[in-house]
Design a protein around this ligand. Sequence first.
Ligand SMILES: Cc1cc2nc3c(=O)[nH]c(=O)nc-3n(C[C@H](O)[C@H](O)[C@H](O)COP(=O)(O)OP(=O)(O)OC[C@H]3O[C@@H](n4cnc5c(N)ncnc54)[C@H](O)[C@@H]3O)c2cc1C
Length: 475
Amino acid sequence: MANETFDVVIVGGGMGGLNLAALLTQAGKRVLVLERGGQESLGGRAASGRIGGAAVDNGIKGLIMSGSQDEIYRRIGKTLPENVCKWTNSGQIYMNGEWRELDPLLQRAMDEFLRIYKGTAVDSSYEQLEDLDAISIKKFITDRTDNRDIIDFFDYLGWLFGGTLPEATDYSAGSLFYSIKKQVDANGFMPSQSYWVKGGSGAIAKGLIEAIKENGGEIRTGSSVSHIVIEDGRVRGVEVECGDKRVVPTQLVDTKRIDAPVVASAVAIWDIFNIVSEDDLSPWFRDRIEHLHRKTLNLCTLTYGVDRADLWDDSGQRWVQKGPVSGRPWCASDLRYFDDEERYEISFWMQLGWWDKPNIFEMRKAAHKIALRKLFDDWEGDVASLFPGIAENALWKVRSFGPATLIETPGNVGRALVDVEAEGIEGLYLVGERTSAAKIMGVYGSAHAALAASDKILQKYPVGSGSSAGVSASA
Ligand SMILES: Cc1cc2nc3c(=O)[nH]c(=O)nc-3n(C[C@H](O)[C@H](O)[C@H](O)COP(=O)(O)OP(=O)(O)OC[C@H]3O[C@@H](n4cnc5c(N)ncnc54)[C@H](O)[C@@H]3O)c2cc1C
C-alpha cells in the first residue's frame, strides 16, 4: 500500500508547529501536524491545564509582545484572546529588605529614558538593532548615560528578562530592542505591559487549531515521530511510531512512513537529535545546536488559587531580588484565569540557569528532585514572609518545573542562531526559538520563526507546484 503523502509534515504541536500549520493551510497547502502528546498537549510548553474552574498554564505567565503572534492571527482571520494584564506600571521591586516603587524611579528620568529607549527601538533599523545582538544591556546603557536611575531601570529590565543569570544584566540589547521595535511596527504602540492571555496561554493555541482544521489541515496527537527521513541530501518524509508501545522500556516499536517533500521540525532544541540524525547535519550546524542546547533556562513556578482579594493589592507585578528564606530572585503577579471572577490565581516564578542544571536530561534524577523540593520549600518560606496569608488561604497550590527556553545572552540570539532553512538539506525547516528568525525567545519567538519558515516554504514550493503532486496518493 502506498504511503500517505502530504505537502508538508510538521513535527510538534507546540506554538511553533501550530503557527506554521495555520499559515500554510491558510495558503492552501495540505499539512499534517504530528504531536507525540495527547490532545491536551497541543500548545506544547504554552498549553494550559485546568484545576477547579481555572485555566492553569504549563508555565508561561507574561508573553513579551512583539507583533508576530498578532500578525499570524491577522493572516488567518482570527482574533487573539483578550489581554488580562491589568497593570500598566512597572510594579515594585524588593531590594535590600524593602519594597521599592519603579514608577517614581522612571518618572525622575523620563526624558532621558525616552531618548534612549524610544530612540533606539523606533529610530534604528532592524539591521542596526541586530548589530546589538552580541552586546549586553549593561554595556549598551552605560555607554549612553551615567544617570543612575536609568541604569537602575535597565538593570531591572535586564533582571526581568535575564532572570537569575550570574550577571544580572547580561541580556542581549539587540534581542530586547528588536522585540520592542517589532511590536511598535505591528501594533503602533510601545509595549507598556506584557500579554497575559484570557483563558490561559493555551487559548492562543485554540484559535490556531480551529484555523488549521477549517482550512483542511490535519492534526494527529499521540503520534511520536521517530525520525525525519533524509536521503541524498533531501527530505523524503517521516517515520511515526505505531502499534503497541512501551510494554517494556527497551521495546523497539514499529513505525510507519509518511511521505512529504517538506518537513518542519518544531520540537524543542533538546529533542532535535531524537528525530534528526546528527550525521545528516553539517558539523557547524550540529555544533551550533549542541551549543544552544546547553544554554537552556529552567523555570520553577508556584501557583495558588485564591478567593480573598485583600491578600493582594493589585498594584502590579513584583520582583524580589533576594528572597528572605531562599536567597534567590523571583517574580510574582496575579492573574485572573478563573471562570468565576471572584477568584484568581497568584503566580510566582523563578529561573534557574544551565549552571544549576548543566544537563536537562539529568533533571529527572532523584538528587535533583530533592534539591528542587528544598528550593520550593524555601521559596514558600519567602512567600509566607512577604505575602502573609496567601499560602494558608490558598484554594489549591501547584508546584511545577521545566525547561523553559534558551537564554538570551549576548551572542546567543539573532545572527548567532541557525536559519529556519536547514543548511544543506533540501526540504528541511526548523521552527522555534533556536532560529535566527525568532529574534526573541518564547511564544513570540516561535511565531517569528513560523512566519519566516512559512514565507520561505511558500516561495520555494508554491501552492500547486510539484510539492502538491502526491496529495491524491494518500491512503
Ligand atoms: C515554565 C515555563 C515558563 C515559560 N514562560 C514563558 C513566558 O512567560 N513567556 C514566553 O513567551 N515564553 C515562556 N516560556 C517559553 C515558551 O513556552 C516556549 O518558548 C514556546 O512555547 C516554545 O514553543 P515551541 O513550539 O517552539 O516548542 P514546544 O512548546 O516545546 O513544542 C514542541 C512540541 O513538540 C512535541 N514533540 C517533541 N518531540 C516530538 C516527536 N518526536 N514527535 C512528535 N512531537 C514531538 C512536544 O510534545 C511539544 O508539544 C515558558 C516555558 C516554560 C516551560
